[in-house]
Design a protein around this ligand. Structure first.
Ligand SMILES: [Zn+2]
Length: 439
């Protein structure tokens, strides 16, 4: 076996097994599910109960062996799709002590495994995450930003976050619509609209149906130097009559309403549903630090949230007429203003139908965009293309020639830039002020 590099990654011991009878009915591996993300692949083994398992990573050829002690092999096993970066094939092989899975890899990978207890959607699970070797060390290193040169103006970057994904499906509508699919569709529509705006560019945190830990979503926004983080969700409630859109900002002082608190618990549970191995102590410390640095962007978050809420008010019913605050973990991106949009109630049959309708998805995205546009028009970050576009809101007593003088542009240039023929202007009208060199 020379040349084969074998190391044990994780060996989990379930204490319950020590006291429960060893000869109890064997655990059944009911299904094997595979979720391929751009930089990782998750394999989920659905189990009839907790197990003892062992994961071994081997090289030459690259593969991962998963032994599940005393378990029966499944009748169902998915195979990876062609675009999977890590997994080539899943083999179920006979094994004296239980079920053995040999995962043929396309490349060398690191493997992490952990078990999850039942939740509202799934039973016991053994989760195996495959990732790039170098990701282990470089995960916390920020990517060096490409700094614009002094005369180069950059686009405003908006991180559009489709809630949930993969084995975290989110809420479910009465017709069986999963929140994770709606959020991805709406995120794509919103991103396309943002990309069609001059001076704005969208970055999608999730681009397919896979699980993405909340922290990774924030890291992506930070790595892309996003100016704003918008997380898209669809609300759900036991009472199917409840409906309307809501917009949330993060609060470190507790939730603004009972429902906000309940909702934050549901959404934060995403990492528990999807499963992520967190170092608990590190996490508490990190969230305290994040809370402290969040204060600076909270005011900005409220501003943009109010504008988005105004936009949504025009297309339908609001659940609450004020911006709500709650302790959403996904919003804890220091220094990046962040909002969470619950587009509608997927649990309400009418709103479920609307959420599925492409024309209505367009309307929701347009409403959100109108809020973003208003916010960035008023508060374009320095150095951006949008900041270079000056605007003047006509007040009482303003004249076209007076405005031209004020901004040191010619009257004709001002007329041309705003397609005005005479001198007629009205209060509240927004004029684009061309830079002195234009025209
Ligand atoms: Zn959600």
């Amino acid at each position: 076996m020379a040349g084969i590099n074998v190391h044990k990654m994780l060996h989990s011991l379930i204490l319950g097994c020590l006291i429960s009878p060893v000869w109890a009915a064997p655990v059944q591996v009911q299904n094997v599910r595979i979720w391929a993300a751009p930089d990782s692949t998750r394999v989920v083994f659905d189990l009839s109960g907790p197990v003892q398992h062992e994961v071994t990573v081997a090289g030459d050829p690259d593969r991962v062996v998963v032994d599940i002690e005393g378990a029966l092999t499944p009748t169902n096993s998915s195979q990876p799709e062609g675009h999977d970066r890590f997994l080539r094939h899943v083999n179920t092989v006979p094994f004296d002590l239980g079920a053995r899975f040999v995962l043929d890899l396309k490349k060398t990978a690191v493997a992490k495994s952990f078990q999850l207890g039942p939740n509202q959607h799934y039973g016991h699970r053994l989760v195996l995450d495959l990732g790039d070797v170098q990701d282990e060390q470089s995960a916390d290193e920020p990517v060096a930003p490409t700094a614009p040169t002094s005369d180069e103006r950059r686009d405003i970057i908006i991180a559009v976050d489709a809630g949930h994904g993969g084995d975290d499906p989110g809420a479910r509508g009465p017709k069986g619509t999963w929140e994770k699919n709606i959020t991805l569709q709406m995120a794509r529509v919103l991103a396309a609209k943002i990309n069609a705006e001059p001076g704005m560019r969208a970055v999608l945190t999730r681009e397919g149906d896979y699980f993405l830990p909340l922290r990774k979503r924030m890291d992506m926004a930070r790595r892309h130097k996003a100016d704003l983080f918008v997380s898209i969700h669809a609300d759900a409630f036991r009472d199917r009559r409840v409906q309307g859109s809501s917009v949330y900002v993060l609060s470190d002082r507790g939730a603004s309403s009972e429902h906000a608190r309940w909702l934050a618990e549901q959404e934060n549970a995403s990492d528990l549903i999807g499963g992520v191995s967190l170092d608990v102590e590190d996490d508490v410390l990190a969230s305290v630090l994040l809370d402290l640095s969040q204060t600076a962007s909270l005011e900005a978050s409220i501003d943009v949230a109010e504008r988005v809420l105004q936009g949504l008010r025009k297309i339908g019913r609001l659940h609450k007429h004020r911006v709500e605050s709650a302790g959403f973990m996904v919003l804890k991106s220091p220094d990046i203003p962040s909002i969470l949009v619950e587009a509608a109630y997927i649990s309400n049959p009418d709103e479920e139908a609307k959420l599925r309708s492409p024309p209505h998805q367009q309307k929701i995205a347009e409403a959100i965009l109108s809020g973003l546009r208003g916010y960035f028009t008023a508060r374009a970050p320095e150095g951006t293309t949008l900041a270079a576009i000056r605007r003047h809101v006509i007040g009482r007593g303003d004249t076209l020639s007076g405005i031209a003088q004020q901004y040191r542009v010619s009257l004709d240039t001002l007329r041309q830039a705003n397609r005005i023929n005479g001198d007629q202007i009205r209060v509240g009208q927004v004029l684009t002020i061309p830079s002195a060199g234009d025209g």
